[in-house]
Design a protein around this ligand. Structure first.
Ligand code: HEM
Length: 538
């Protein structure tokens, strides 16, 4: 079946015909049995009790009772749009991915989100923003699941539940919806000082974007590309908005949260409806794929580090245009399921321990959120490439599989249809050598530098931007109740910059830590040892 031309309301849906509900002229039950009244229950007389035999009543209320699915455990609030990605062909030297070949045009679906608030929270809170793109390529789905901040709070996915527990509202009072204005968040980032760099970006104007249309996007991790000759290159992905990067000021963000909590969602939908299609350029920073996986001394497997663009310029490889709003929020924006493991030939993951944990997490959470293992069949998640797998049955199965032998090799269903083209498959991982190793629970020494790039970021800010950062720390920390948490946050600031630390201390009415508190390039916050909570070393 081809794409539907329109919904009953005349709006284009872009969905396959079989996915379009509301067909025909009659009101019906879910079974298609015709109804002439949906406003009155079946009763024993006009004023009598309701009869259990009223199937329509029971079906209607039963369905309503189950309309909600769990919201995403993170990134619950989002807004999305359809569009097209057109490649320049400039990446063809480093990757064989077909959708990056010159002039290839690929349909995409992009979902923007806040991280910590629930589905009904305000758009303009201070938070990181998600920037997730699903490319429906001819070789299968490729998802680039990124954020608007190029670094992350933690270096190992095993800490993800912890940082999110700290960032989500307090378990006792369930406040606040805004990300950082509370004790557990600052307690976490004060004690896990690898979070310093991401936190500083959050406290900068990047934490309160003016519009989704004016945000950069970052793949954060380093990925590995492979070209047709089998050569590999390490890369970081960047989205650059055509409208430039713009932020709100804090007063605007607060007013907008009250006057129009849907500020970003409305801005995106209105712009597309008006024909002012948002655009981004996709770019890559490239690095030689050396056994060390470092570049200019920066560990490319450490997701708390950027590679400055002065050292590795971002090279444009294609253009994204968002040109169509979803027609049904639930079917598209809510049911879309991104996954960092959705890769196409020519793009592979690296050993970044944060990325490795994500490879497990998305599929796992979607099993619960989308009710079983067949959510790949939902219209928004369906690949545009032919599917021929050996997955069968399960909750919400809608495919009707043919044949009797879902295994291979087999001699009953025409042999092994999966052989053709296998040499090009996405399952042919790039054959990089693995390091000779032993089982350990430890991080490499290069992950111990928690402050140098935070300092770099602070020093790159203009005086006005620095004032905004001081204001943000003062506001957010001012909401904390625990003095020790605030003091520890000041100690972290002392490692970034003396003036930043002293001005925030003044705003909080606390003494600034001694000037030499930050001079030690101490790899772990001294506060940890004060607490006596250091991990025992062997
Ligand atoms: C959702 C980005 C780290 C678990 C998301 C979304 C984005 C995102 C953009 C929203 C997707 C959507 O719009 O549906 C990132 C980035 C990370 C990161 C850039 C680090 C660089 C992690 C880690 C984990 C994780 C380390 C777990 C170990 C999740 C989960 C969801 C999610 C469970 C909800 C997915 C769903 O319900 O469909 N992430 N994330 N993320 N992320 Fe991450």
């Amino acid at each position: 079946s081809g794409p539907a031309t329109g919904s009953p309301t005349g709006a284009p849906t872009g969905l396959p015909q079989e996915a379009v509900a509301q067909q025909g002229e009659w009101l019906t039950t879910a079974q298609g049995d015709r109804m002439h009244d949906t406003d009155h229950s079946l009763k024993a007389g006009p004023r009598g009790p309701v009869l259990l035999q009223d199937h329509h009543l029971r079906e209607k209320i039963m369905h309503f009772d189950h309309e909600r699915v769990p919201e995403r455990v993170v990134h619950a609030r989002g807004a999305a749009a359809h569009g097209v990605f057109t490649a320049y062909g400039t990446a063809s030297g480093v990757t064989k991915a077909a959708f990056l070949a010159k002039d290839a045009a690929t349909p995409v679906f992009v979902r923007f989100s806040t991280v910590l608030g629930s589905r009904g929270s305000a758009d303009t809170v201070r938070d990181t923003r998600g920037f997730a793109t699903k490319f429906y390529t001819e070789e299968g789905v490729f998802d680039l699941v990124g954020n608007n901040i190029p670094v992350f709070f933690i270096q190992d996915a095993i800490k993800f539940p912890d940082v999110i527990h700290a960032g989500k509202p307090h378990p006792d009072r369930e406040i606040p919806q805004a990300q950082s204005a509370h004790d557990t968040f600052w307690d976490f980032v004060g004690l896990h000082t690898e979070a310093t760099h991401h936190t500083l970006w959050n406290m900068s104007d990047r934490g309160i974007p003016r519009s989704y249309r004016m945000m950069e996007g970052f793949g954060v991790h380093t990925f590995r590309l492979q070209n047709a000759a089998g050569e590999t290159t390490l890369v970081k992905f960047h989205w650059k908005p055509k409208l430039g990067v713009h932020s709100l000021v804090w007063e605007e963000a607060q007013l907008a949260a009250g006057a129009d909590p849907d500020f970003h969602r409305r801005d995106l939908a209105d712009a597309i409806e008006a024909g002012a299609f948002p655009e981004w350029e996709l770019g890559i920073q490239t690095f030689p794929d050396t056994p060390e996986q470092t570049f200019e001394g920066i560990d490319l497997l450490d997701p708390t580090k950027i590679v400055p663009e002065e050292l590795a310029p971002v090279q444009p490889i294609g253009r994204l245009v968002l040109n169509r709003n979803p027609s049904n929020y639930f079917a598209e924006t809510e049911q879309v399921a991104f996954h960092v493991g959705h890769l196409v030939p020519g793009i592979d993951v690296t050993d970044d321990p944060l990325l490795q944990g994500r490879l497990f997490s998305y599929l796992d959470t979607q099993l619960t959120r989308l009710g079983g293992p067949n959510f790949g069949q939902l219209p928004i998640n369906r690949t545009h490439a032919p599917v021929n797998d050996m997955l069968r049955d399960g909750m919400h199965q809608t495919a009707v599989h043919q044949g009797v032998a879902p295994y291979r090799p087999n001699s009953l269903d025409g042999g092994c249809p999966f052989q053709a083209g296998a040499a090009q498959g996405a399952d042919i991982e790039v054959p990089v050598p693995l390091p000779a190793s032993r089982k350990v629970r430890e991080a490499p020494e290069s992950f111990d530098d928690h402050y140098s790039q935070a300092r770099l970021f602070w020093r790159s800010m203009t005086p006005v931007e620095q004032e905004h950062i001081i204001g943000a720390y003062s506001f957010e920390l001012g909401k904390c109740y625990e003095q020790a948490v605030k003091e520890r946050a000041l100690l972290t600031l002392a490692h970034i910059d003396e003036r930043l630390c002293s001005e925030v201390a003044t705003a909080l009415g606390l003494p600034a830590p001694a000037p030499d508190a930050g001079s030690d390039d101490g790899l772990v916050s001294p506060a940890l040892s004060q607490l006596g909570q250091e991990w025992p070393t062997e």
